[in-house]
Ligand binder design. Sequence first.
Ligand SMILES: [Zn+2]
Length: 219
Amino acid sequence: MLNFCSLYSGSSGNSLFVETDNTKLLIDAGVSSKKIEKALNDLNVDPNTLDGILVTHEHSDHVQGLGTFSKKFDLPVFVNQETLDAMPKQRDKIADKNIKKFKVAEQFSIGDLDINPFSIPHDAANPCGFTILNENKKISIATDIGHMTNDILKNLEESLFVMLESNYDPEVLKCSSYPFSLKSRIAGPSRTSIKSNCWKNHFFSIKIRFKKSNAWSFK
Ligand SMILES: [Zn+2]
């Protein structure tokens, strides 16, 4: 069993949930700790049973509730050094023993999940996406990607499921009241030109475990 559910997605906050029979993980905690707790409770998942939180990058819509949630449920946070250094407010709330550092492009395991972090183009300290493997089943997560690269595509190969998320619609941006400098930043190579918050679930997906439209289970 490999289940995936998007608890929250979009510029107001991101948090994803992955589980197998033996392992439960959050990816990012970009809304309040309370909201994450509620979303997990809605799935009948006790936050105390989580094995940890993976962090993609330090922007507040990905880490807003991270420190508080880790502290409240005594959860390990898996993060690279540069991202950790770029979020001192969150770092201060996380117990030292719960800081688990990974290096981009080096595989590590959490329970029965093998995690491969890979670099993504985005204007953060060391942003990454993840491929997550369990018994030959592979899913891939790449949020806030500035643009698609060959390296990302290579990482996504043979995934049963790919979650791609990006930040803006070029037409909406063009007409917005943002100052030119901000428009340029958003439209630059570290952001993206894909329609806002688009979801692409390639290959197949079957809803089983969760009665939610944004959940998938792979057998
Ligand atoms: Zn971001």
